[in-house]
Design a protein around this ligand. Structure first.
Ligand code: Z5A
Ligand code: MG
Length: 212
């Protein structure tokens, strides 16, 4: 019998909703349960492309909006063989932001439509579940406030949330919308039960392709 593959688990949401906090809790919980699991996050600021993105986000320099959109996508594509290899080796990957952030953030800028934005990520490994941490940006902002990076302002985050809403209409993807106003622990429990289901279902299925 072929070895069971790992699941691709994505956490998404606007700024400060608790994605990174939950990704870490989830990783610990899966490992405690004896599951092979690893964490990945995008943007991955460690690569050369990631460094360009990081310096753009820190407003150290400007980039053309189309170019930076493609850089964010390229920063995912440069990890695709690794993602596939880990999944095939039975490792469940927890991913902190993915193509959905890519599309939601760029399409919140004027002059961009969702379809154009999706093209650069078509064919990426398809998540087995997308956990959307849902919270009004005004509430998220109260969590210590936004920092000084690009995009960290209330009006833009509200547009981003609307764009995520558009993406969630796609029923070919397994979106789970979770109430991120709950305590870290309660939210964690909801996440782990959704993730256990996704892992069990993914085991016997081939890895899908996003938006294909
Ligand atoms: N971006 C893009 O444009 N295109 C792309 O393709 C991608 C990203 C992938 C950088 O992302 C920016 O890149 C981001 C999107 C854009 N721009 N914005 N805005 P990032 O992932 O590096 O962003 P970040 O700086 O890590 O922030 P974040 O990810 O948005 O935060 P978070 O991970 O969701 O939240 P957190 O760090 O876990 O928690 C925030 C605080 O809330 C912290 O003090 C926690 O202790 C607290 N917290 C967490 N959970 C709770 C609960 N349940 N209750 C109360 N307090 C809580
Ligand atoms: Mg984060």
């Amino acid at each position: 019998m072929a070895a069971k593959r790992g699941a691709l688990i994505v956490l998404e949401g606007v700024d400060r909703v608790g994605k990174s906090t939950q990704c870490k809790r989830l990783l610990e919980a899966l490992r405690q349960r004896g599951r092979a699991a690893e964490l990945m996050s995008f943007p991955d600021r460690r690569t050369e492309i990631g460094q360009l993105i990081s310096s753009y986000l820190q407003k150290k320099h400007n980039l053309n909006d189309c170019a930076v959109h493609l850089l964010f996508a390229a920063n995912r594509w440069e990890q695709v063989s690794l993602i596939r290899e880990k999944l095939q080796n039975g490792i469940t990957l927890i991913v902190d932001r993915y193509a959905f952030s890519g599309v939601a953030f760029t399409s919140a800028k004027s002059g961009f439509n969702l379809e154009w934005c999706k093209q650069a990520d078509v064919g990426l490994p398809k998540p087995d579940v997308i956990l959307f941490l849902n919270l009004e940006p005004s509430a998220a902002m109260k969590r210590g406030g936004f920092g000084t990076e690009r995009y960290e302002n209330l009006h833009f985050q509200e547009l981003v949330l609307q764009r995520f809403g558009e993406l969630m209409k796609d029923e070919s993807l397994n979106w789970k919308v979770l109430d991120a106003s709950q305590s870290i622990e309660v939210l964690h429990q909801e996440i782990i039960s959704n993730v256990e289901n996704a892992i069990e279902k993914a085991m016997d299925q081939p890895i899908g392709e996003l938006w294909n």
